[in-house]
Ligand binder design. Sequence first.
Ligand code: NAD
Length: 459
Amino acid sequence: MANQVVEQLAGMRLFYNTGTAKPYSFRKEQLLKFKKTLLKYEEEIYHALYTDLGKSKEEAYASELGLVLAEINHTLKNLRNWMEPKSVQTTLVNLPSSSKIYRDSLGVVLIISPWNYPLNLLLIPLVGAIAGGNCVVLKPSELSPATSAITEKIISETFSPSYVKNFTGDGAEIVPELMNGFRFDHVFYTGSVFVGKAIYKMAAEKLIPVTLELGGKSPGIVEADANIHVTARRLVLGKFLNAGQTCIAPDYLLVHNSIKDELVKSIIKSIENFYSKDSSTSYDYGKIINERRFDKLLSFLQNGNIIYGGRHDRSKLWIEPTLIDNVPMDSPLMTEEIFGPILPIISFETMNEAVDLVQKNPNPLAFYLFTSNSNNEKLWIDKIHFGGGCMNNTAWYFANKQFPFGGVGNSGIGAYHGKHSFDVFTREKPVMKTPTWFDPGFKYPPMKGRLNFFKKFIN
Ligand code: NAD
């Protein structure tokens, strides 16, 4: 097996070296083919996402397939321009040279994705890698097998295996095999901090650049002046989408004391409006990915006082949207990423108190503030280092292709989407061009006596 993998990767390198993947016309053609195959398998994609995670078609489109298609459309619209070398100013001392920045493809890149948005998080990076003129190895998660099977079908039907190749299987086995047997030119990983560190180590051995899209504890802050009704609706959507298994879900809530009771009532009302009083039969409510995660989530329920929800059924992998208060700050619920439909609600009195609570889990991937005061917004944005976020909203910022999507510190390295993906999967290559009709002697030795001249021209 190992030899076979190494041979396949060597074949990809040979293909990359032919330069076939680089011209604009090839990249465009591949993206168009890709879009066509995705649309051909639209129904199978919905079926797979329902099988793995209980997603409705609407949710599957809005949070997975639709975002991939939008990424392809946006890339097709802008790719020619992104690929154009860009002229920049030339310094005085180098005149009359001209200066351009070219965009170089990277080579053969590896994309590793998790199970929670198994289509989106595998294929949006793929769009960027194709746009960048690279050959691509894909490693989807083994924990979402139905989606992995349909993506395998889409990939093998659309692309030649020496251009884009999918490797399925246990990540703990296959990823080290891939990374030890071959030198990738970039590794793009989405998943947990724990595995992210292992990937970073393997990459460091070979000085391979990485993008790490990780997780963490993303806070939702509700100030006393927030619009309670709208806040509750938006929080419930962001938290319980995909049964809470969203990296940018609000992990926990910090609510001003004065409005806690009213907000909790409004959250409960929204939960029941969206998913009915029995979410186990709701068309709009997903399921937990597997028994292992289910058991882990149930263990969190020991950590505080359940004020709403808490019912569950292991045979259906169902855990009801659950609200918890009186949570000790040193309990696993407040020190580990929850990644499920459990929302701890903690009250605060002053902003400093709330900031201190957020700083217990620094560098969140996402940050959500609900307030009607724009000074509050500025203060919070300035105080907290977070990957990205929303004011008076949750999660939807992910859909803006103009935004660089990524974490900071503990929540990741690098960012992508739209042009930012193109930037991840290409390298800026600066080139200066100097005419030969002008070749003054002052830049050549002997230099003695030219110090003042250089002081003037090198600035
Ligand atoms: P996962 O278990 O599916 O793992 C992710 C990938 O790593 C898979 O392809 C898997 O095969 C591979 N893998 C697993 N163990 C490995 C090992 N020992 N060595 C090498 N590769 C290995 O997914 P997960 O890690 O449970 O994903 C959930 C985490 O991902 C959460 O922390 C969540 O916040 C984070 N996440 C982040 C984003 C983001 O965009 N920042 C998006 C989704 C999920």
